[in-house]
Design a protein around this ligand. Structure first.
Ligand code: NAD
Ligand code: 6OD
Length: 489
């Protein structure tokens, strides 16, 4: 079967192939074969997308009242539900993730993102102050919220639709138009979402998609474009830094959700079975390719052996294979290039003195999976925070386990990182849970759970993990500017 074509989506239209100068191949991470050919947007197409977005902000979309915008976004959620399996299939074709995860996390969250932000923005109020003046009179101050304008949305490949809609839904709800640059590894669901937005009647140009790479391609052309009023980015810290530099000359608002090197702390009073279940998710979910995944586990000495053995048993029980096969828990990495990077850390850990408890290499699978980016879930002991595999983000199904004795020592070990995205604390002593979670130098700390989300709560990181918070009214703050009006009464 000939590979399908994934198209740029500009001004409410998928772009004809004849209007595109170059294409690139999308490789299926399950089998290694070409699964799609993707239109690459050059400078001219990126410019077309930004202009289409500007026309929407200054035209039909800008003129749509907030309540009506939110009603339209609820229709988007309904329409994604109607086309649910189309989105699941597109996400699996790009990532190879198991069908249960694509359904229960990725596409379900896309629906929720649109509903949740429609509710938040529809019910958002304005700040006002009645000011007493010296002459006995009063003044009324009230702040008007206005959209930023044209927002560039740049997202990675690990949770493509989830992360895209997490930004597009609030941006549109606030009245902005967006130009989206999905990862070159996962182009499909962004274009499919364009179809859905058009189907429910979102005006042309409010949502645009340009495909391509970062440096020297669509990503760089987009963030360097003078018509962009703000940039929201999820991805690696190195790319965040490059985008920050490109945004500096025009002093644009930026929101960055970047990498992590997240810690879990397990106390000896933890409920062992539920802790092991939680750790298994937090280390191996999405083959370790979630920015929130745990790569460092600090375990109180009394339960260290029990946790190491229990987690290793659960890692061995993971089932790698075809994403649609019943019982598959774990997909491949996104690409063989990414696998090379993760395997280099597997080798480096052993050179640094790690004992590999489970995994450590490439698995043997059925012949039709041989060309894919498969890798073994892996656990190490014997490393310290001084070793690079315990300091650098690996973004694979792997964690190092380290024993500790006291609460103070565990807090010091967990906070000993340049990142600051997420942490989890496992204990049946809830006072200790609160105490330790509050001292984690991160954006999100979980107690006795991991990646449990309420979309109204702030999400983001500190240090190398990002700038700003999105979620609930935090997103409203990023995607709008305020004009304060002061009226002497
Ligand atoms: P990446 O930074 O390589 O790419 C992310 C996006 O940026 C892609 O669309 C890419 O094409 C684009 N890009 C690359 N260079 C660019 C440039 N110079 N200008 C403009 N755009 C550019 O990240 P990735 O490898 O796709 O994703 C994995 C990384 O993302 C990990 O570090 C992970 O921790 C991070 N991440 C963070 C969060 C979070 O919420 N904090 C969520 C998911 C992923
Ligand atoms: O759940 C979310 O809203 C979110 N932004 C998750 C990020 C996951 C990182 O890979």
């Amino acid at each position: 079967m000939a590979p399908r074509t994934v198209r740029n989506f500009i001004g409410g239209q998928a772009i004809e192939d004849g209007a595109v100068a170059s294409f690139f191949d999308k490789i299926d991470p399950v089998s290694g074969s070409v699964s799609a050919r993707v239109q690459e947007a050059d400078r001219r197409l990126v410019d077309d997308a930004v202009r289409a977005a500007r026309r929407a902000v200054e035209g039909a979309w800008g003129a749509t009242p907030a309540g009506q915008r939110c009603t339209l976004l609820r229709r988007v959620a309904d329409r994604i539900e109607e086309r649910f399996e189309d989105f699941v299939a597109a996400e699996i074709a790009d990532t190879g993730k198991p069908v249960t995860q694509a359904r229960e996390l990725d596409v379900a969250r896309a629906v929720l993102n649109f509903r949740s932000f429609a509710d938040t923005i529809a019910s958002a109020g304005q700040t006002s102050f009645l000011t007493d003046l010296a002459n006995g009179r009063q003044a009324l101050n009230y702040a008007m919220r206005k959209p930023l304008g044209v927002v560039a949305v740049i997202v990675p490949w690990n949770l493509p639709l989830l992360l895209l809609t997490w930004k597009v839904a609030p941006a549109l709800a606030c009245g902005n138009a967006v130009v989206v640059k999905p990862s070159e590894e996962t182009p499909s669901t962004a274009t499919l979402l364009g179809e859905v937005l058009t189907e429910v009647g979102i005006p042309d140009g409010a949502y645009n998609v340009v495909h391509g790479f970062g440096a020297g391609s669509a990503g760089e052309f987009l963030v360097g474009h003078p018509g962009i009023d703000g940039v929201t980015f999820t991805g690696s810290t190195a790319t965040g830094s490059a985008i920050m530099a490109a945004s500096a000359p025009r002093v644009r608002p930026i929101s960055f959700e970047l990498g992590g090197k997240n810690a879990a702390i397990v106390f000896d009073d933890a409920d062992i079975e539920s802790t092991l279940d939680g750790l298994t998710r937090s280390v191996f979910a999405n083959t370790g390719q979630v920015c929130l995944c745990t790569e460092r586990i600090y375990v109180q000495r009394g339960v260290f052996e029990e946790i190491v053995e229990g987690l290793a048993a659960r890692a061995r029980a993971l089932t790698l294979g075809n994403p649609y096969a019943e019982g598959t828990t774990t997909g491949p990495l996104i690409s063989t290039a990414h696998r090379q990077k993760v395997l280099a850390y597997y080798a480096l850990a052993e050179e640094s003195g790690a004992k590999t408890i489970v995994g450590g290499g490439v698995p043997t699978l059925a012949d039709d999976l041989n060309g894919g980016a498969w890798i073994e879930p892996t656990l190490w002991t014997g490393l310290t925070n001084a070793d690079r595999p315990m300091r650098e983000e690996i973004f694979g199904p792997v964690a190092g386990l380290v024993p500790f004795d006291t609460e103070e020592e565990a807090i010091g070990l967990a906070n000993d990182t340049d990142y600051g995205l997420a942490a989890s604390v496992w204990t049946t002593n809830l006072s200790r849970g609160h105490r330790v979670a509050q001292r984690m130098n991160v954006g999100m700390a979980w107690v006795n759970t991991w990646y449990l989300r309420d979309l109204r709560s702030p999400f983001g990181g500190v240090g190398l993990s990002g700038i700003g918070r999105e979620g609930g009214t935090n997103s409203l703050d990023f995607y709008t500017e305020q004009t304060n009006v002061c009226v002497q009464l």
